[in-house]
Unconditional design. Sequence first.
Length: 206
Amino acid sequence: MSALIVTGTDTGVGKTVFSAGLAAALQARYWKPVQSGLEVATDTETVSALSGAEVLPEAYRLNMPASPHLSAEDMGIEIDLSRLDIPKVDGPLVVEGAGGLMVPLNRQSFFLDLIAGWQAPVVLVARTALGTINHTTLSLMVLRAAGCEVVGVAFVGDPVPDVEQTIVEMCKVHHLGRLPFLSDLTPQRLNSAFSAIDVATIRRFL
């Protein structure tokens, strides 16, 4: 079993769409351990629809669209990290985090603590929008400080070459490519756009 973690610099940066494209490209299974918010299509449902990949059930399905620790407390429960061991499967597994690295899972642990314990390689998804240098740099710093193996950064949004290059050079991290905004998101359009992603480099970490 080879797991790959997809995390983001923030909520809504595009890591679910990226995870769908990656699962399809690697012919991998997909797992979202904690889902907060069930009123609209979940990330697992989105990935299934966009990639056709086999998806594993979430360990926690929380009703309220909020930080996992608050969503869990709203349901009268506490997230137990011992329930969040990476499932054993044949072949590659794409694991998507919730929000950013410092999102609390409970009152004692951040999502970063879980990722560090998994000891699996990490892809960081970042916006190209204003503020991304700060958010991406901070995320890379805490990943490395926690001993995580960083595969590289994948960008989502309009091309901003100077910003992307600044992050790559100053943080000494691999540029994994960029996904554009896809207004009419279909499996075919995602598959075509994903040709810009350096899947070969990602695959070497599996």
